[in-house]
Design a protein around this ligand. Structure first.
Ligand code: CP
Length: 320
């Protein structure tokens, strides 16, 4: 692809495939649009008719709780017709290719595909195929592809940080754990650096860092206590054992000792630091329950804000 496939010729959002390549103005527009969907209090999300008559297909080729459900809720709050394809009994389980499945759903007048896939690049492949072959111009939203990108998680993380901390340009943010296999880490790093966060720290053992991570604009720390000192935001990551090849860690207990977030390690951050986690969370492996359920954790707020952020993405795609 020669141009950024996410943006139309007019600069409007055409697909959402990755935060990499999204201009800062577009990220801010998505966050501002999400704010407009949050009603009184932080938890109430309005119902609006913006997607009435449009069809949203959720295609989850990998398991999900939060992303799939909040996309479903978001599409319903926008008054769309929502179809959750059961991949286990769909024709892909009979050998139909991914693009043949897409062609058939496009022929059913799909307006948006929300795609999660274990293969990095699968949503790009679908977007490119739709742009090349279909006049209907359905949009694709990447709901997580392999270890590559999880853009709506990155956006809801930015929404959460902006909600609790305000200005991005004064923050120190630490991302801790299995950065090597994490699509959330990549999306968060691109979003944080694009939004002007001056210091993004990556804290992990060497085996869980991707080669060349510094080129993304982060400072690497192997010692968690050193890396957490004076940070404003801590983003904990799950050990992605489903994407690990070979033994990268001695044991879960040893990992927790060095890289698990406990109350004493949290005390090294700023007193008003917030603790985030994209989920699913493994208590006692990457985070202690006292922290996960503590007053600094904003983990469930992330989930709630995810509805408004996904509404924002879908409404901007519908306009584009
Ligand atoms: N954060 C996230 O992607 O969670 P799910 O796998 O439950 O969707």
């Amino acid at each position: 692809m020669t141009r950024n496939p996410q943006l139309g010729p007019d600069g409007e959002l055409r697909h959402l495939l990755s935060i990499e390549g999204l201009p800062r103005s577009m990220i801010e527009r998505i966050l501002d649009t999400a704010t407009s969907f949050i009603g009184v209090g932080d938890r109430e999300v309005k119902k609006v008719p913006l997607l009435r008559g449009r069809s949203v297909f959720n295609l989850f080729f990998e398991s999900s709780t939060r992303t799939r459900t909040t996309f479903d809720i978001a599409a319903q709050r926008l008054s769309a017709d929502v179809f959750n394809l059961d991949i286990g009994v769909s024709s892909t389980s009979k050998g139909e290719s991914l693009l043949d499945t897409i062609d058939n759903l496009a022929a059913m007048q799909a307006d948006m595909f929300v795609v999660r896939h274990a293969q990095s690049g699968a949503p790009y492949l679908i977007a490119e195929h739709l742009d090349r072959t279909h006049a209907a111009r359905a949009s694709v939203i990447n709901a997580g592809d392999g270890r590559h990108a999880h853009p709506t998680q990155g956006l809801l993380d930015m929404y959460t940080i902006r909600h609790f901390k305000g200005d991005f340009t004064q923050l120190r943010v630490a991302i801790v754990g299995d950065i090597r296999h994490s699509r959330v880490a990549r999306s968060d790093i691109h979003a944080l650096t694009t939004l002007g966060v001056p210091e993004v720290r990556a804290i992990a053992p060497m085996t869980l860092l991707p080669p060349g991570i510094e080129q993304l604009g982060v400072r690497v720390f192997y010692d968690m206590r050193e890396g957490l000192r004076d940070v404003d935001v801590i983003i904990m990551l799950r050990l992605q054992s489903e994407r690990m090849r070979g033994a990268l860690l001695p044991s879960a207990q040893e990992y927790f000792k060095h890289y698990g977030l406990t109350a004493d390690k949290l005390a090294l951050a700023r007193p008003d630091a917030i603790v985030m986690h994209p989920g699913p969370m493994n208590r006692g492996v990457e985070i202690d329950s006292s922290v996960a359920d503590g007053s600094q954790a904003v983990i469930l707020s992330q989930v709630t804000f995810g509805i408004a952020v996904r509404m924002a993405v879908m409404s901007l795609l519908a306009q584009g």
